[in-house]
Design a protein around this ligand. Structure first.
Ligand SMILES: *Cc1c(COP(=O)(O)O)cnc(C)c1O
Length: 385
């Protein structure tokens, strides 16, 4: 398991966290090779999560592009409505195996908090979710969901009272309670072993795309597209294709026109954030920049270190799509296919359609539809007014 991806990754953490990370790495190294762990993961992915998710041919959306065929990998149909379940389940099972009865997590928009609370309930693990106080007000329905699922939600009142303060609070809790507690990180970010571990749990997406593409159109796709926040659905989508000739495209949030949005790879530069060396959006003095995006799930100044490496190596191309592009793609998919996409993958849909337009009809493009859009209705209706 890679500790670094080229120069990126690593574990830039306080001394007090090192034993917890070492314990996690060794537990994960055993678990990933243990047939019992793998079969339990597979069983619950299928019976609780609803996997495998379908690969859907978007006929009408394809007509709109008048070019290459567009297929959707339907992670919006996973239990909870997004790919986050894949990672929460994997880490939850690992926590149980390590004999840790308690999960903690931090959440910004609340989607990862809800996924963690679901898994905590299903596996019988006590669950505490840290959330900036500002976010608990903005995202009240998700706070209520977490509470109904039996989790304790702790509003964090320090600093700017948003995601980065929630991360600090969760880290303090982990340091104090590491014997009983697993910190369930929500994306392919943070110190080693999280980026590798989360990527492996999400790689089920790309493996299924590979097998389903062969069945649906007899070969691998020509192009695979996914949105990049922290980068977990994208790395899970890309990994099984890294050693093939399939073209890979990661799509970041460009924010409003003229802003830097949350596009760490296309507009940031290398730096350290949350325990890992990767691309970070920062100002001239190296302070982490404020981000803004219409999609809460992409609104993060950092990105997983494996993406930083894949960008530098040229194996994956990264672009950004603006808020307004994402909102337009949301409406297109709703009207063309009867599917309300989350605003995060709506960025990928916009980029995919742009690509489809310039390609022949025999080519196949697969887009990972990382989640459903029910959570975004208010934002979309506000943006269209
Ligand atoms: C959280 C979220 C994302 C962004 O997270 P990644 O780790 O980049 O995948 C994307 N799509 C949806 C639907 C999300 O909930």
């Amino acid at each position: 398991m890679a500790r670094r991806f080229g120069p990126y990754g690593g574990a830039y953490v306080p001394e007090t966290l090192v034993p917890a990370l070492v314990e996690l790495e060794s537990a994960w190294n055993f678990a990933r090779r243990d047939p019992k762990f793998r079969s339990e993961l597979r069983r619950l992915s299928e019976t609780l999560g609803g996997r495998p998710t379908p690969l859907y041919f978007a006929r009408n959306f394809t007509r709109r592009g008048r070019g290459a065929k567009v297929w959707l990998k339907r992670e919006d149909l996973v239990h909870g409505g997004a790919h986050k379940f894949n990672n929460a389940l994997g880490q939850g099972l690992l926590a149980a195996r390590m004999g840790k009865p308690r999960l903690i997590a931090e959440t910004g928009a609340g989607q990862h908090g809800v996924a963690t609370a679901m898994i905590g309930a299903a596996l019988g693990l006590e669950t505490t979710i840290y959330m900036g106080e500002v976010d608990t007000i903005r995202q009240k329905p998700n706070v209520e969901r977490m509470q109904l699922l039996g989790a304790t939600v702790v509003p964090v009142r320090s600093g700017s009272r948003t995601l980065k303060d929630a991360i600090n609070a969760a880290l303090r809790d982990w340091i104090a309670n590491v014997r009983t507690t697993h910190y369930l990180l929500g994306s392919a970010v943070g110190p080693h072993p999280f980026p590798s571990m989360v990527a492996e749990f999400q790689s089920v997406i790309g493996r299924e795309i590979r097998d389903q593409s062969r069945r649906a159109f007899g070969r691998l796709p020509d192009l695979v597209v996914a949105c990049v926040g922290g980068g977990s659905n994208a790395i899970g989508t890309f990994r099984p294709f890294l050693h093939s000739s399939v073209e890979l495209l990661g799509v970041e949030a460009g924010g409003r026109r003229g802003s830097h949005g949350a596009a760490s790879l296309t507009r940031g530069r290398p730096g350290i954030l949350h325990g890992s060396y990767s691309y970070v959006l920062q100002d001239r003095e190296g302070q982490v920049a404020e981000t803004e995006s219409v999609s809460a799930g992409l609104d993060y100044a950092g990105v997983g270190p494996e993406h930083a490496f894949l960008k530098d190596s040229g194996r994956v191309r990264y672009v950004s799509v603006s808020d307004s592009g994402a909102v337009r793609a949301f409406h297109w998919l709703a009207e063309d296919e009867g599917i309300l996409p989350a605003l995060e993958p709506a960025h990928a849909l916009y980029a995919a359609l742009r690509e489809a337009k310039g390609r022949p009809a025999q080519e196949n493009i697969v887009v990972t539809l990382s989640g459903r859009g029910d959570k975004d209705l208010e934002v979309v209706l506000g943006a269209s007014r």
